[in-house]
Design a protein around this ligand. Structure first.
Ligand code: WTA
Length: 651
């Protein structure tokens, strides 16, 4: 935690518009009234064991639990004595009804090829691959790395792992060979599942070649399974590397789901901390599955007839929880897309929505800002009338982007759920309920049942309305991380040592007079200007509200007089920008927020440096703003030429 001093975070974002849910939406929603929400929330807070015990009846158990909740944070155990399997809950239990012939995954490759897997197809493929893993010597508890493109085999491999109790560690396909090696080593993975490559903007991303390079440095890996996706050239090492299709040939289509303890590890997912090596966030079976199952139902209001599309990559937590486990556990039909949103043109997402009649669409603010930049003409070409609900995740959504999403994509008909959560929380924590909450653009609104957040000062005092502070959780929840793989000490230090008795999320937030939560970004993205602590996100939000601005990233840099100055990196909707526009933007921020937020530097860029998951690489920008050589690892940067361009602009 980088809080220096005791001042609380200054919050300057003012947003007063509200959007109540359409009455027709509320009438049919799983949670449909304020009273119902409040009753659930209070019950979960006052009697967590009673509440979650009841919720757990939404899962199929081989053996019922003895206790719902044991211990205090961080040493909480859920559903001790219970036996359960996540793969069974996502597949087998749907095979006894007409759902067995329902589409589980409607997949579209970037080149336009498609596949549909019904629940019974998914069952067959998962059983077969589970048998393949067993034949390779994988046992319950072993770690399996999945480094794959967004193809159905990725979901199949995940569910095959969880079927036999192997712990999957999925590495996003945009990571480099070194990153794969580090993660393999940390998890001591025995098997890697990959593909020759995947498609992204018409080009092959060579995955197998990266695995080959990583294996020189990761000695624990014994076998590699390779899906043929692109048909590109790969080197296959005898006795180590095997084609997926060869191994799948002739294996049994039946494989019993192993009856696992509730707290059996389900997966490890590496995420970057503010410093040092990536953290292997570990989730366990029953609690995680329960959390993702219930939040999918509450937040996305999933119904039997919905076609749900989450545009995340499965390599991130959003894909784990809201492509794979949550929707499948609910027996939903979901769309999965392999490639880029602007391939072959900027209309691709809207084309997919029209083609499959997508009813629920879940994406990220960074994508929304790109859509805005590309222009309304793209969505306007397609029929988006099938949509009934929109979601956002990953960073605070600036009100202007929210309004565009509401107006152009939702056509003022669809509620928007701005969902706050983290890799560590496993599932959505704070979010509107689409049939209940009157939303405010830019706020993730209120906590879900079972989530008891607070906003506190650095010394742990609860803060009143409209005072920015640290976002913490006061009570445990079922899908919370259990530890960091192999580093329990770091787990305790990172999340449980800052604020006594609480989980500290690393985010700053404030609560408004209606109890709505406004997340202001990571605490380490907070800048201190002349003694005022400002959320960079709020300055960004203001910049993006200017009609000429497409996207903005704001960072602090060392400033002789103010302590920290404000540097704004701005991409424009059109043109290159000039000194007059710089002045105008400075004035715009000054007049919208106040003199304390006056930018010291405005730099125009053609694009912002982002990871492949769309997160702006702020540390890199801080280095550039400060005129320092960067020490940050740029292996996940989407486009390296952006860097050179940003440095060129150095005055
Ligand atoms: C940020 C992604 C504001 C936040 C699921 C959090 C958000 C971090 C939101 C976790 C949101 C995510 N509003 N901020 N709706 N959603 N964040 O682990 O800073 O990739 O701590 O999980 O993203 O990122 P992660």
């Amino acid at each position: 935690m980088s809080s220096n001093g005791n001042e609380n975070i200054e919050s300057v974002l003012k947003e007063t518009r509200t959007f109540p849910p359409p009455a027709t939406f509320s009438a049919n929603a799983h949670i449909s009234s304020e009273e119902q929400y409040e009753a659930m929330w209070n019950r979960a807070k006052d009697d967590p064991s009673g509440f979650w015990g009841e919720m757990a009846d939404n899962l199929d158990w081989f053996r019922r639990w003895d206790t719902v909740l044991e211990g205090d944070m961080p040493d909480t155990k859920w559903f001790q004595g219970g036996k359960i399997n996540a793969s069974y809950n996502c597949i087998d239990r749907h095979l006894t009804s007409s759902r067995r012939n329902k589409a589980a995954i409607i997949w579209e490759g970037e080149p336009g090829d498609t596949r549909v897997l019904r629940y019974q197809d998914l069952h067959r493929e998962v059983c077969k691959f589970a048998n393949v893993l067993k034949n390779l010597g994988v046992q319950t508890g072993d770690r399996v790395t999945l480094y794959m493109p967004m193809i159905p085999e990725l979901a199949i491999a995940m569910l095959a792992c969880s079927r036999i109790g192997a712990v999957h560690s999925i590495i996003f396909g945009g990571f480099s060979a070194d990153a794969v090696a580090d993660r393999n080593n940390d998890a001591r993975a025995r098997v890697v599942v990959t593909a020759d490559g995947g498609w992204r903007r018409g080009k092959e991303v060579p995955l197998k070649a990266a695995v080959d390079a990583s294996l020189d440095k990761s000695p624990t890996v014994e076998k590699v399974v390779v899906v043929r996706r692109t048909g590109g050239n790969v080197d296959m090492v005898p006795d180590r590397d095997f084609w997926w299709h060869d191994l799948m040939e002739g294996v049994s289509t039946e494989c019993d789901a192993v009856q696992l303890d509730s707290e059996h590890p389900l997966f490890v997912l590496y995420t970057s901390g503010s410093t040092g090596k990536p953290k292997g966030v570990m989730h366990t079976t029953a609690g995680y599955l329960l959390g993702t199952t219930m939040t999918s139902r509450w937040v996305f209001d999933l119904k039997e007839e919905d076609t749900y599309w989450c545009t995340a990559d499965i390599g991130w937590i959003t894909g784990h929880s809201y492509i794979c486990y949550g929707p499948l556990s609910n027996g939903s039909t979901m769309v999965m897309y392999e490639g880029a949103p602007n391939w072959p043109d900027e209309g691709r997402f809207w084309e997919i929505i029209e083609k499959y009649r997508v009813s629920i669409f879940y994406t990220a603010p960074t994508a929304i800002r790109a859509f805005i930049k590309w222009g309304d003409q793209w969505p306007e070409k397609y029929d988006l009338s099938s949509l009934r609900l929109l979601g956002s995740v990953g960073e605070p959504i600036n009100p202007e982007a929210w309004m565009w999403y509401h107006r152009v994509i939702g056509q003022e008909r669809c509620p928007i759920v701005d969902t706050w959560w983290q890799t560590e929380t496993g599932g959505i924590m704070i979010s509107p309920l689409p049939g209940v909450t009157a939303t405010k653009p830019g706020s993730c609104c209120r906590p879900l049942p079972g989530v008891v957040p607070d906003i506190v000062s650095p010394d742990g005092q609860s803060l009143g309305a409209n005072t920015g502070g640290l976002l913490v959780m006061r009570q445990p929840w079922p899908s919370m991380l259990r530890t960091l793989w192999g580093d329990d000490e770091r787990f305790r230090a990172t999340y449980f040592s800052d604020i006594e008795g609480c989980y500290f999320a690393g985010d700053g937030a404030r609560r408004d007079e209606d109890g709505y939560i406004w997340v202001m970004g990571r605490v380490d993205d907070v800048i201190n200007v002349s003694g005022h602590r400002l959320s960079t996100m709020e300055v960004e939000s203001c910049l993006v509200a200017h009609p000429g601005v497409a996207e903005a990233a704001v960072v602090g840099f060392p400033h002789e007089i103010k302590g920290e100055g404000i540097c704004c990196f701005v991409t424009l909707k059109t043109g290159d920008g000039d000194d007059d526009l710089k002045k105008e933007l400075v004035q715009h921020v000054r007049s919208s927020i106040g003199a304390l937020a006056t930018p010291d530097q405005v730099r125009f860029a053609t694009a912002l440096p982002k990871t492949r998951s769309g997160k702006i690489m702020r540390r890199l920008l801080r280095d550039i703003a400060a005129g320092r050589e960067s020490t940050q690892d740029t292996t996940t940067l989407e486009d390296l030429s952006i860097l050179a361009k940003l440095r060129e602009d150095d005055e």
